[in-house]
Design a protein. Structure first.
Length: 223
C-alpha cells in the first residue's frame, strides 16, 4: 500500500520517511501515550529509528502493518493512523495523536470520553427567553433552568445585562464534562482557559475552556 497521501484543510496523512524519526521519538513520550499505549513509547531516538525504518519497509509489501504519520500543513508530526485490508478495500483501525479526532469514524466516541475518561454531564444553552422554574444564581447574575427535569441534561441559562460571565459562554452553547482531577486536566492538556477554577456550589469545582471557538466546562465533584 505504497504512495498513500490523504490531504484535508489542516492535515496530511502520508508515508514515513527518515526525517520524521526525531518527531516520532518526541511524540511517543507524551503522557497520554505512556498511560494508555505504553508499548508505543520510544525512550531513545535509536528505538524510534528502528521502528520507522521497519514501517517504511512494510510499504513495499502487501501484508503490513501499514502505519502512516498524521502531519500538519507546517510539517509537524502529530500522530499516526493504521490501515488494514478489509474485503476489497481498506479501513482505518486505530490512531493516536492530538488531531486524530479529525479522522474519527462516525461510530467512535470523542477522544475526551474514549481516551481521557471524561463523562458527559450537561449542555448549557444561553437564552434571552424567561423559562419556567428558573433559579437565580446571584454571584454569576444568571438564571438557570431545565437541568433537573431534562433526560438529556439540557440546562437553559439567562443572563443579566451586567453579568460578568465570559461573553463566549453567554452566546454559545457549551458542553460540560465530569473529570476526575480538574487540576490535572488543566495542567496537562494545554487548554485555552477562559474561566479559572472556581466553586459555584459546595462540593463541585469547575473551569471553562475554549476549543475551536466552543466553550467547554470541566467539573470535578469533591467528596
Amino acid at each position: 500500500m505504497a504512495n498513500l497521501r490523504i490531504e484535508t484543510e489542516r492535515l496530511i496523512i502520508t508515508e514515513f520517511d527518515e526525517s520524521m524519526i526525531n518527531c516520532v521519538h518526541k511524540n511517543s513520550l507524551d503522557e497520554d501515550i505512556r498511560k494508555f499505549v505504553p508499548d508505543e513509547v520510544f525512550e531513545t531516538v535509536e528505538d524510534a529509528q528502528k521502528t520507522v525504518l521497519s514501517l517504511m519497509c512494510c510499504y513495499r509489501g502487501s501484508t503490513g502493518p501499514f502505519v502512516y504519520p498524521i502531519m500538519t500543513k507546517n510539517d509537524e508530526n502529530i500522530g499516526y493512523v493504521q490501515a488494514i485490508p478489509m474485503g476489497n478495500g481498506w479501513e482505518r483501525v486505530g490512531s493516536h495523536g492530538g488531531y486524530a479526532v479529525d479522522i474519527r469514524l462516525d461510530h467512535e466516541l470523542a477522544k475526551c470520553a474514549e481516551t481521557w475518561g471524561w463523562i458527559y454531564h450537561h449542555m448549557g444553552i444561553p437564552t434571552k427567553e424567561k423559562k419556567a422554574n428558573e433559579t437565580y444564581v446571584p454571584q454569576y447574575k444568571l438564571y438557570v433552568s431545565g437541568f433537573s427535569t431534562s433526560p438529556f441534561g439540557v440546562e437553559w441559562m439567562r443572563f443579566d445585562a451586567d453579568s460578568e460571565i465570559h461573553p463566549l459562554i453567554q452566546t454559545i452553547p457549551h458542553l460540560a464534562f465530569i473529570v476526575e482531577n480538574l487540576d490535572y486536566e488543566l495542567a496537562n492538556r494545554k487548554f485555552n482557559i477562559i474561566t479559572e477554577p472556581n466553586e459555584p456550589s459546595n462540593g463541585v469545582r469547575v473551569a471553562m475552556i475554549e476549543h475551536d471557538g466552543a466553550p467547554i466546562e470541566l467539573m470535578e465533584f469533591i467528596a
